[in-house]
Design a protein around this ligand. Structure first.
Ligand SMILES: [Zn+2]
Length: 220
């Protein structure tokens, strides 16, 4: 396993806006050790050659704040800015981004406990969700939104009203936006990840080469 260089990072992360200031963030993610090359088992079961390790990004407080600002500058987030909302994020790496978004939007923060597999569970570690209160779900990475379902469920069971989701990186932004729209939610994202995911290891070159599989959750 190794860190990805600045040069290589541009081929792995694309920013939603083509602004130069956002493209610099791609290099800063690489500098922070946020992009790893290896053979990873994603939480949803797919294998991938690269992994966005948001824990490393989040520990760079300035970089994390900048990524939160990119999200907060999207039309989706600007439209919600004046509302009194609560950010719901997991206590894993998504917590870094969730707290920065809550601070930037002047919203309250609720943090979901995670289970032993580092997936968000059904209880809150801190904060509260008010019945009828507006909620924006924030996490580090999403593919088609399956990993956000536990957080959606947690909010629904508290009778809170989820209005949107915001993620640092989306593997399939179009599919994610569509899946969330079907639930009546908007989606904000800052980066698109450009590497392929092999479903459950099928057609995975690293598997064929016999490379040991690294559970991605252990790096966050
Ligand atoms: Zn594999």
């Amino acid at each position: 396993m190794r860190r990805v260089s600045r040069e290589e990072a541009h081929g792995l992360l694309r920013t939603r806006s083509r602004a130069k200031s956002d493209r610099v963030l791609v290099e800063r993610v690489a500098d922070a050790g946020g992009l790893l090359h290896g053979h990873f088992l994603q939480q949803a079961g797919a294998h991938s050659e690269f992994f966005l390790r948001y824990a490393a990004v989040g520990r760079d407080a300035d970089l994390n704040r900048r990524i939160a600002e990119v999200l907060c500058a999207t039309d989706e987030m600007k439209g919600a800015k004046d509302k009194d909302a609560t950010v719901l994020c997991p206590e894993s790496a998504g917590f870094y981004l969730g707290s920065a978004v809550a601070q930037a939007q002047d919203w309250s923060l609720a943090v979901a406990a995670i289970d032993l597999g580092r997936r968000p569970g059904r209880t809150l570690r801190r904060g509260a969700l008010a019945p009828g209160g507006l909620v924006v779900i924030v996490n580090d990475v999403a593919t088609t939104g399956g990993g956000l379902l536990a957080l959606l469920d947690l909010a629904h069971r508290a009778h809170a009203k989820v209005v949107g989701v915001a993620v640092a990186a989306a593997a399939e932004p179009t599919a994610l936006v569509k899946a969330m729209k079907a639930r009546g939610l908007w989606t904000a994202w800052a980066f698109k990840t450009l590497w392929p995911h092999a479903p459950a290891g099928e057609g995975c070159a690293a598997c064929d080469a016999g490379e040991p599989l690294l559970p991605a959750a252990e790096f966050n």
